[in-house]
Design a protein around this ligand. Structure first.
Ligand code: ADP
Ligand code: TRP
Length: 312
């Protein structure tokens, strides 16, 4: 039996941290082979806020590198760029003609972004319909996203229903796949690790960067155990493995931090090296392959759409 289809969109934004790894990347890497997986870098979505061609190009390449470095095998998933497949923007237009302005106005992500001061451009406003097109072109059943994207999947279901009702039954209803993460990864200050709090351990950090971040961990302690150091250590080793180390170094924060640096570096180094070994040419070749496969699937769907609406 064919595997169910999975599709997800990656925002091409740089500078990931180990919270992103344990919260999003690792659960994805652990799951994608169970599906017929499509991984797309959403460069046209990024254009809603990013107006720097060099940065967009660079971030797109970096996003692909990241996924390859953390263990996605390009022979087992279709990795492609949204802008390489014209059907996405074409179908988004058709959905724009089916949904109403008040309906789009209810999107939390749009309201949040505008509240944060982002320009309310029309692309940002119709963002959910481009995302609906991304998903529906591939008959994706499973769409791995973070909690914050749940409403966008509802919008995709709604777009599918509106289209099927107005024309003919062309689209399948997608479902969000909220992957089970290790829980919230704490940052160097004990709060949720987040790029906006400046409390991160960079995912591909050099040993010096790891060292600097670990030394800045706030050492509130209970019974001689620095809680924030321990919480981070637990991501890498079991409690049974850590018990003798923390017992032997009770109250000795420097030694425990040194041990954490060692373990973090051992964990990050292979991914860091893998990432550095991936050339721009390799990324380009992965994307060219991916574009071809993605076009094949999406064009067949798009032909059915064109017939259904009457432009064919
Ligand atoms: P940030 O808070 O650094 O801006 P994002 O909001 O861009 O991170 O998160 C991208 C993905 O990484 C989300 O799917 C989220 O679930 C995951 N993630 C981010 N920070 C953490 C964390 N501290 N613990 C677990 N998962 C996280
Ligand atoms: N909006 C998603 C985010 O910000 C990215 C995205 C675009 C996406 N198209 C998608 C996710 C299709 C899943 C499927 O994270």
């Amino acid at each position: 039996m064919a595997k169910p289809r999975l599709l997800t969109g990656l925002q091409p934004s740089g500078d990931l941290h180990i919270g992103n790894y344990f919260g999003a990347l690792k659960p994805f890497v652990d799951t994608y082979e169970k599906y017929d997986s499509f991984l797309m870098v959403v460069d046209y979505h990024a254009l809603t806020s990013l107006k720097s061609p060099d940065e967009l190009r660079k971030n797109t390449i970096e996003a692909v590198r990241t996924y390859l470095a953390v263990g996605v095998d390009p022979n087992k998933a279709v990795i492609f760029k949204q802008s390489d497949v014209p059907a996405h923007t074409e179908l988004a237009w058709i959905f724009d003609c089916l949904v109403t302005v008040p309906f789009l106005m209810q999107a939390h992500a749009y309201k949040d972004k505008v509240a944060k001061g982002l320009e309310a451009n029309a692309g940002l406003f119709t963002y959910p319909m481009l995302m609906a097109a991304d998903i529906l072109l591939y008959d994706a059943e499973a769409v791995p996203v973070g909690e914050d994207q749940r409403q966008h999947i509802e919008y995709a279901r709604e777009a599918a229903a509106k289209f099927n009702k107005a024309f003919t039954e062309v689209f399948k209803a997608p479902k969000e796949l909220i992957l089970k993460a290790t829980g919230v990864v704490p940052g160097t200050d004990g709060k949720k690790m987040s790029k906006s709090y400046g409390n991160t351990i960079p995912l591909f950090g050099s040993r010096e960067e790891i060292q600097k971040a670990v030394m800045s961990i706030v050492t509130d302690s209970s019974a001689g155990i620095p809680e924030n150091v321990y919480a981070m250590h637990k991501l890498l080793k079991s409690e049974a493995e850590l018990a003798p180390l923390y017992e032997a170094n009770k109250g000795s924060y420097k030694a425990l931090k040194d041990a954490l640096v060692e373990d973090l570096d051992a964990f990050i180094a292979p991914m860091r090296e893998k990432r550095e070994s991936i050339s721009d040419a390799e990324v380009a070749s992965v994307l060219a392959d991916g574009a071809e496969k993605a076009r094949e699937v999406s064009e067949a769907k798009m032909e059915a759409v064109r017939k259904a609406v009457g432009v064919r």
